[in-house]
Design a protein around this ligand. Structure first.
Ligand code: PMP
Length: 975
């Protein structure tokens, strides 16, 4: 038995009497073991080194205590016991910590790890440590990155493979990075998120972070650099590949500044250099400990390659991964090049801004003799061009292979196909910075790089490639050139690398610290980075052409939704869909699969209805202005709309969204009554503006909400299925009367009673019989305005009427319309009485830039026409009751369906864990939705328990489609 094993056994016997099993774990200085206690539970036993610093042990315990009180994305250990015991005759500190399940992330292939989530987990931990401090953190230790410049070592003692890298990295740290670090705020960081300390579950998602022995006070980017350093050691061909998602994930949780990103690659190198130095030192001090050397093999393996992956391109890639422009100067350069001030001379005589241009297809084989000439054929074009940004098939040679063998295919230049021998000119005055003939590794023939400047002195570069070899004698580095001065000659295939004659014109906003190896084509996955480094060269050539359009893959969209859109936007389904087209009640995904859309009540008359889109396009092609000019469409539309309402609802306001409609409705009510308080229903949702969140119980009472404010009174939801009064609407309405009474006691009265006619977000609730009539009576007796929100359920969806309030025998004072009104076009409306409209005339103008514009009104009219001409209200009734009957039949066979409710094509299927308790079956609903999407049917859930399947498809739904929905649902409910 080894000495350390014996020590662990002795400690375990003292702290964990009767323990069942002990398995030693790796450790840098502590002796660690996983121990199964007598009660069967796993714990971690840590036996500190004999010379361990007590203050640091206290610090570690304090950190664990601090984190135990925080909500993190992963688990961290907590301390169970700590005692000083005598082991092998020496006093040592032994600690017992909770065990955290999970594998070290190196036990999985890097591709199987959700690195983005690992990044978020480390960021959340750092954020939780930001307000922790302890005097012991002031004492520097060997893994403290800000102190890396003070590490003393003898280069000769370092392994030869790592020597140069280590010395370079630490020199650079001292000169450049340490001063930059001093400008960043320091905080407590975990500082050791290495491959052994990040735990992951079987799916590769992070589950725990352990080992707080190296916590430090440093800028948080130091801890991130540590995480990245160890990931990089386990990377494939592209060393930076695993670093990018880690950093992007970290950034999403704890946004990084560009100042932090700019020094990150250098800090990654620093951390690896620290590892080399510390390992060499510790190996001398403790030659028997294999853990000290675990990282050294991988570091030796990659040390020679590290310079480039951690060079200037790494900064560009990291910025891009976080949604920042890869090259910040790019914006200025592009703006200047687009301005009149730039005034470039043509690069070749034929490439004038008024030239007739033949754009070559992306698949043209430009290595093939006569391929371009054949395409030019009898055309009268002045020149042919190969476009910037296009994805080309021609790059099959080995020199275009990137990591993992993927070809670089995105063209970063503009190819100007003109005869060999044509002169090539400098577009601007500038300086020659590089001249080459057959540069490696890509054979560009003759190349020249010119340095230019914008008016404010920002440099940019122009690379001209595939030139004749005479470039070497025409110009030399350091030489000044004038605008329009000849610098080279278009090369023949023999001297230009085998291509049909053309200069390749490429802009650079940075040369990445290189003078050669500037690629002319990029990997698809690095398109954004390279298009920022090399913006469109047509900014210089100014030919009448457009850049190629990128194919946008779902991964790219998901990535940039994360970096450049708010995290509060959600996506449907475990595997988000990229929908590329819509037709009728169907949506078509990028893989061609057709989904039946049971969710979208906006595409009311069918996705992309041809009559509606034709009306839209036609009017958009003629005129779009605002309400300050006379136009018949707004009046015609207003009159068509009010004809659909009972008296006295005959004044319309046009707005752009349901929220805007409700927001305005509240203003109308408040102005009319000169009061403030709004009565609204439990679990209501009325929109996203500040005023509407205030009255939307589903928002202010759920996650992130601030609770009920003083301007709202929440009235009991008259829910016949779960409510205490069953279907007795008058009984629920007593709650409205109670609020009136309570309010009166404070000397106040309500401005409005606001309700959806069929509450949707609340879970497709059909209001209890008699509720609206009784509630309106109470509210009106108190002088309140009654507002019906028909944003979800209006326009004939209910099948038996145009508006859902009609079934209740009431006439509201204000009705709000949205979603289906424009079939997807942003249009909404408020319909009210002349009296309320009159009260709104206060002297303050009501102007809405887009509301009531001719295009929107034309679209609204077309929607009304289609509803009428295609008899869609009748369709909603017929297909709706057919679907409802099918759902009722499913309820007979599936116990998890507690209730089926709704009218027309506004239905709800309430899933319950148990029919008698009616407890919402939230997980089940999620599973059913996933099973349905797998069967080509789109569903979603609503209600506070997210358990009510809402069915509100375009009302063009056919009987056959209803059958398809029922079949899919039947199977999904079994699964
Ligand atoms: N009212 C109701 C009943 C709604 O369901 C919604 C949207 N879900 C809104 C208002 C807000 O409409 P919009 O999202 O168009 O602003």
């Amino acid at each position: 038995m080894t000495v350390s094993r014996a020590a662990l056994d002795e400690a375990a016997a003292a702290l964990l009497p009767g323990y069942l099993e002990l398995v030693p774990l790796p450790g840098e200085r502590d002796l660690n073991a996983r121990v199964r206690r007598a009660d069967g539970r796993l714990v971690v036993l840590k036996l500190a080194a004999t010379d361990a610093d007590r203050a640091r042990l206290d610090l570690e315990d304090a950190v664990l205590g601090h984190l135990a009180a925080r909500t993190l994305l992963v688990r961290t250990p907590s301390s169970i016991e700590r005692r000083t015991i005598r082991v092998a005759g020496q006093l040592r500190t032994a600690r017992v910590l909770t065990w955290i399940d999970g594998d070290a992330w190196t036990d999985h292939a890097m591709d199987d790890i959700d690195l983005w989530a690992v990044g978020t987990a480390v960021a959340a931990l750092d954020a939780a440590l930001a307000d922790f401090d302890d005097p012991a953190l002031a004492v520097p230790h060997r893994w403290s990155m800000p102190a890396a410049g003070r590490l003393s070592f003898d280069p000769i003692q370092l392994p030869a493979e790592c020597r140069e890298f280590t010395v370079d990295a630490l020199t650079r740290f001292r000169r450049k990075l340490a001063p930059a670090l001093e400008r960043l705020p320091a905080q407590t960081i975990h500082n050791d998120a290495n491959e052994h300390n990040v735990l992951v579950d079987a799916e590769g998602r992070p589950s725990g972070l352990i080992d707080f022995g190296d916590v430090d006070r440093a800028p948080r980017v130091c801890g991130l650099a540590t995480l990245c350093a160890y990931a990089l050691l386990h990377a494939g061909d592209d060393l930076l590949a695993p670093v990018l998602p880690l950093v992007a994930g970290y950034h999403r949780e704890a946004p990084l500044t560009v100042a932090e990103l700019d020094i990150l690659p250098g800090l990654v190198a620093t951390r690896l250099a620290m590892s080399v130095v510390n390992a060499a030192q510790q190996a001398r001090d403790d030659p028997a400990n294999p853990y000290l050397m675990v990282s050294q093999g991988p570091i030796r393996r990659v040390a020679r390659q590290l310079g480039d992956p951690l060079g200037p391109l790494a900064v560009c890639r990291l910025r891009d991964a976080c949604g920042y422009p890869a090259v910040p100067a790019s914006r200025k350069i592009v703006t200047w090049l687009s301005s009149a001030a730039a005034d470039p001379a043509p690069v070749v005589a034929a490439a004038r801004p008024d030239a007739k241009v033949l754009v070559l297809p992306a698949d043209t084989d430009i290595t093939e003799a006569d391929a371009v000439a054949a395409l030019l054929g009898s055309s009268t074009a002045d020149l042919a061009v190969g476009r910037y940004g296009e994805d080309r098939g021609v790059y099959t040679a080995d020199e275009f292979a990137g990591p993992g063998g993927e070809r670089r295919t995105i063209h970063l230049g503009l190819d100007l196909f003109v005869p060999a021998g044509e002169p090539v000119y400098a577009p601007f005055g500038g300086e020659v910075v590089a001249v080459a003939v057959r540069p490696a590794p890509q054979d560009y023939g003759g190349t020249v790089i010119l340095r230019h400047e914008t008016a404010d002195g920002t440099p940019f570069w122009l690379l001209l490639g595939h030139l004749a070899h005479d470039v070497a004698t025409r110009v030399r580095p350091g030489q000044r050139v004038a605008r329009g001065e000849r610098v080279a000659t278009v090369g023949t295939p023999d001297e230009n690398g085998g291509w049909q004659p053309h200069p390749h014109v490429q802009l650079f906003t940075t040369l990445l610290g290189r003078s050669h190896d500037l690629p002319g084509v990029a990997l698809r996955g690095e398109r954004d980075v390279w298009l920022s480094i090399s913006p469109d060269p047509n900014l210089v050539c100014r030919l009448p052409i457009r850049p190629a359009v990128a194919q946008r893959v779902s991964d790219w969209i998901v990535h940039h939704r994360r970096t450049n859109l708010s995290a509060t936007l959600s996506l449907s389904y475990a595997k988000p869909l990229q929908i590329v087209a819509g037709q009728g009640a169907e949506l078509i995904a990028d893989d061609g699969r057709r989904y039946l859309d049971l969710v979208n009540n906006v595409a009311h008359v069918g996705h992309c209805h041809p009559r509606v889109t034709a009306a839209l396009c036609e009017q958009a092609g003629v005129l779009n202005t605002n309400t300050r000019y006379l136009h018949p469409a707004i009046v015609e539309y207003a009159r068509r709309l009010v004809a659909l309402f009972p008296d006295p609802l005959n004044v319309v306001f046009f707005v752009n969204s349901g929220s805007e409609a409700n927001d305005l409705a509240l203003r109308l009510a408040r102005t009319h009554t000169e009061r403030d308080v709004v009565f609204a229903l439990e679990q209501a949702y009325h929109g996203h503006t500040g005023a509407l969140i205030e009255v939307s119980h589903a928002k202010f009472s759920r996650a992130g909400g601030a609770g009920a404010g003083p301007r709202v009174r929440v009235c009991r939801l008259p829910d016949p299925y779960r409510g205490e009064h069953g279907d007795d609407g008058a009984a629920y309405a007593d709650d409205v009367a109670r609020h009136v009474y309570d309010l009166a006691a404070t000397g106040s009265a309500p401005a409005a009673f606001l309700h959806e006619s069929i509450p949707g977000v609340a879970g497709q609730i059909e209001l209890a019989t008699g509720y609206l009539a009784a509630a309106y009576a109470h509210a009106r007796a108190a002088g309140a305005v009654c507002i019906a929100d028909e944003v979800q359920c209006g326009f004939g969806r209910v099948g038996d009427a145009m508006w859902a309030f009609e079934q209740h025998g009431v006439v509201p004072d204000v009705v709000t319309l949205g979603k289906p009104i424009g079939n997807g076009h942003p249009l909404a409306a408020v319909v009210t009485t002349p009296q309320i409209a009159r009260s709104f005339v206060t002297g303050m103008e009501y102007f809405n830039t887009f509301g009531g514009n001719p295009v929107s009104c034309t679209v609204g009219l077309a929607v009304l026409d289609v509803i009428r001409d295609e008899r869609l209200i009748a369709n909603a009734a017929v297909v709706g009751s057919y679907l409802r009957a099918g759902l009722d039949e499913l309820r007979q066979r599936h116990d998890c369906i507690g209730d089926v409710r709704g009218r027309g094509l506004f239905l709800g299927v309430d899933l319950v864990r148990d029919r008698s308790s009616r407890e919402p079956a939230t997980q089940r609903a999620r599973a059913v939705i996933e099973a349905a999407v797998a069967r080509g049917v789109l569903l979603s859930a609503d209600g506070p328990g997210a358990n009510v399947l809402k069915i509100k498809p375009p009302i063009v739904l056919t009987r056959q489609a209803a059958d398809r929905a029922l079949r899919a649902l039947d199977e999904a409910l079994v699964g």
